[in-house]
Unconditional design. Structure first.
Length: 132
């Protein structure tokens, strides 16, 4: 039947197109954001008190959200809204505090700051940094 064959072909092509968009647009933008977050973290935690603002864009060219509290128990949180630009559970978040040594060590182990991580490690880092 031509209709069934056409519907099946359309479905397959639609899925392939969706995966092509994810692979060529979304994942590279998320990985660029992940790489940038490593640098932002190092820059922010090298300063005391934490900077009041940061003027940074994520891998999609959108400004990141940055919230900071100062003091002995000061903390910060960076949020990238990702490809869709809408606050949701698929956003990337990174938080730190004045007691961030353990967090920095865990992040370094997770995304391999010491050497060039494999794609699987970087994608795992993306999943771990999803906002809750």
């Amino acid at each position: 039947n031509a209709t069934t064959a056409g519907a099946a072909a359309g479905l397959v092509l639609g899925v392939l197109l969706l995966w092509a968009v994810i692979a060529t647009v979304i994942v590279p933008g998320e990985l660029k954001t992940l790489d940038a977050m490593k640098g932002w973290k190092q820059s922010i935690e090298a300063q005391r008190p934490f900077p009041e603002t940061i003027a940074e864009n994520d891998g999609f060219g959108r400004p990141v959200q940055y919230v900071v509290t100062q003091g002995v128990l000061g903390s910060y949180r960076i949020r990238s809204l990702g490809f869709d630009g809408v606050e949701s559970k698929d956003d990337l978040c990174l938080a730190g505090s004045t007691k961030a040594g353990a967090v920095a060590d865990a992040l370094a182990a997770l995304i391999g700051l010491a050497n060039e991580p494999r794609l699987e490690q970087r994608l795992s880092g993306l999943r771990t940094l999803r906002c809750e």
